[in-house]
Design a protein around this ligand. Sequence first.
Ligand SMILES: Nc1ncnc2c1ncn2[C@@H]1O[C@H](COP(=O)(O)OP(=O)(O)O)[C@@H](O)[C@H]1O
Ligand SMILES: [Mg+2]
Length: 256
Amino acid sequence: MATLEIKDLHAAVTTDEGSKEILKGVNLTIRSGETHAIMGPNGSGKSTLSYAIAGHPKYEVTSGEVLLDGESVLDMTVDERARAGLFLAMQYPVEVPGVSMSNFLRTAATAVRGEAPKLRHWVKEVKDEMAKLEIPAEFAERSVNEGFSGGEKKRHEILQLALLKPKIAILDETDSGLDVDALRIVSEGVNDYKANSEVGVMLITHYTRILRHITPDFVHVFAGGRVVESGGKELADELEENGYVKYVGKQEPAAV
Ligand SMILES: Nc1ncnc2c1ncn2[C@@H]1O[C@H](COP(=O)(O)OP(=O)(O)O)[C@@H](O)[C@H]1O
Ligand SMILES: [Mg+2]
């Protein structure tokens, strides 16, 4: 069992004009086996939340806590966070020219598992997971994310999820850029991992589309840098119907 606790988290992003506070007191607890959908308008700070938890250098946590099984995640290096069982799939995955996917995945698995996976098992494991996600075999030799389409990047992330087997997975806009078939394959990949593990999932999404494939146990509305309402999956239906107007208010500038 694992528990991720986010307590009154405040974080700022470093911009050319200086530091700008984005997260304004986020409270959220995610336990093993639970799927939490975080839904909110563009610019509300959803990606900032995932970056702050992951330890992205551009995002500075100014106060509050993030605890994984009572241990302070914020005091860990990025590597230690991964080893502790945290996984982040980014909204805009980075390209890594010159590093093949197969090398990248094995290095990541070695770092997370604490020892290099046995080659014969590993090759089979990767092959099986790639087949499930309908990723063509030749992708293993391509540079990480370089020239990948939006859908290919997202499949690659779910491949990482399946191989790295985190305790807590943060998936940021996993549905963006996916056509109907890719959405189904990626969702099946997440559901498959959920069914075979005790993972706790934070599923960040702007649209309710992916929630028809991955059923959340809890839905949280994220606006103005914090969670402003929480409910069950019926809350997603309400958002689909009425949008975020009720939560954004007039004082918020239009999001970009
Ligand atoms: N690296 C950055 N530089 C400047 N501003 C940023 C940066 N990252 C985020 N922001 C600002 O922080 C706010 C929240 O952004 P983000 O977390 O990406 O929102 P969301 O994912 O909910 O759309 C936005 O106003 C955005 O412009
Ligand atoms: Mg975002």
